[in-house]
Design a protein around this ligand. Structure first.
Ligand SMILES: Cc1ncc(COP(=O)(O)O)c(C=O)c1O
Length: 367
């Protein structure tokens, strides 16, 4: 049995006709940039997140970059985030000229440790970006309390958390602005690149909307230097169809995670992901931990079970961040986790048989 890490073909099969129709409409009317598909998707996804507004952009990285700029962040400022994230979170901060400052994570949630946040705030700090890693929100309430008390902008990196919830409130509605990625393998993925900024602060959203399209407002007047970060109409059309499936797909992911938890419980040396009491986890990734992951991953690969590592090198130790002056040992929890984590296959159509096969092979290699 071959177990793929993700399976987009299976995901798209039942809705392929509807997607083809939506794509063909755009090809027929040739309105490829912004337009109705983008504005309707902006309304639909903002309303899904529980915010008043949304801005479709060209990627999650663009969403983060524009959100930071909208909040007025630039050279001389500091932005706090976590070191165990995809590099783009930090890249976006660095693109503004601001300095990324890291705070360590909690071992059980993989997310920002609110207890370690306040000590990182200086008079240069302007914003905090908690990352809702793997499909589970950060513990946002204590983070909100700290950002409010210190007048900092709170920007969610929700690029892995479409539909995730914190005490019943959706990711995307928990900060001043929130950023999503529609990279194809995300819980809500485009047929290429795409991103989104959600929020209810009209002023911040309006700035983001202007920045994503050359700083133009009104037409032919370029009020500020912006970017070409527009979401394509074709991607918005695909996303409008796929959004209708998101809750169902997230439920199927949760079911797959529940099956994994059952099948894998009690295997010695294997630590399973934990759903925190405040969270509704949507399992963008199912990330387990083991001491000798190379041995485990190699054995699974020999048995055609494809796994990943998200992410093996913490951002503060990446060569591109060397000028920040961090060193090994600065964030012990993130560093420990990143040596042990490995991601098992997960997608809405992963079968119980596939999960049992993965369990069988894990038992074999860890016995
Ligand atoms: C946590 C996180 N932040 C930011 C990004 C960047 O999104 P994109 O790849 O759409 O630019 C990603 C995407 O992989 C991500 O997982």
């Amino acid at each position: 049995m071959k177990v793929n890490f993700v399976d987009l073909k299976k995901l798209h099969k039942p809705i392929r006709e509807e997607i083809d129709k939506a794509i063909n409409e755009i090809v027929d009317n040739t309105a490829f940039v912004l337009g109705n598909p983008v504005s309707s998707f902006e309304e639909n996804f903002a309303s899904y997140c529980g915010t008043k507004f949304g801005v479709g952009v060209s990627s999650g990285t663009a969403a983060l970059h524009v959100s930071l700029l909208s909040a007025g962040i630039g050279k001389g400022d500091e932005v706090i985030t976590t070191p165990n994230t995809f590099f783009a979170t930090v890249e976006a901060i660095m693109h503004t000229g601001a300095k990324p400052v890291f705070v360590d994570v909690q071992e059980d949630s993989f997310n920002m440790n609110p207890e370690k946040l306040e000590e990182k705030i200086t008079d240069k700090t302007k914003a905090v970006i908690p990352v809702h890693l793997f499909g589970q929100t950060a513990d946002i309430k204590p983070i909100q309390e700290i950002t409010e008390k210190n007048s900092l902008t709170l920007i969610e990196d929700a690029c892995q958390a479409h539909g995730a919830e914190y005490n019943g409130k959706k990711a995307g509605s928990l900060g001043d602005l929130a950023c999503f990625s529609f990279y194809p393998a995300k819980n809500l993925g485009a047929f290429g690149e795409g991103g989104f900024i959600s929020g209810s602060n009209e002023e911040l959203i309006e700035k983001a909307r202007i920045l994503r399209a050359h700083g133009e407002k009104p037409k032919n007047t370029h009020a500020v230097v912006g970017y070409n970060y527009r979401l394509e109409a074709l991607q918005a059309a695909v996303l409008n169809v796929k959004l209708k499936q998101l809750d169902n797909w997230n439920e199927l992911r949760r079911k797959a995670a529940e099956n994994y938890n059952e099948v894998l419980s009690g295997i010695e040396g294997l630590i399973l992901p934990k759903e925190m009491p405040y969270a509704k986890h949507v399992y963008h990734l199912y990330v387990a931990r083991v001491k000798d992951r190379t041995k485990v991953q190699d054995f699974l690969k020999q048995n055609e079970i494809f796994t990943g590592q998200h992410y093996p090198v913490p951002v503060h130790l990446q060569p591109a961040c060397s000028e920040l002056g961090y060193k090994q040992g600065d964030f012990p929890v993130a560093e420990k986790l990143m040596n042990e984590i490995f991601s098992l296959p997960i997608h809405p159509y992963l079968t119980k048989e596939e999960i049992e096969f993965v369990g069988e092979k894990l038992k074999e290699v860890l016995k």
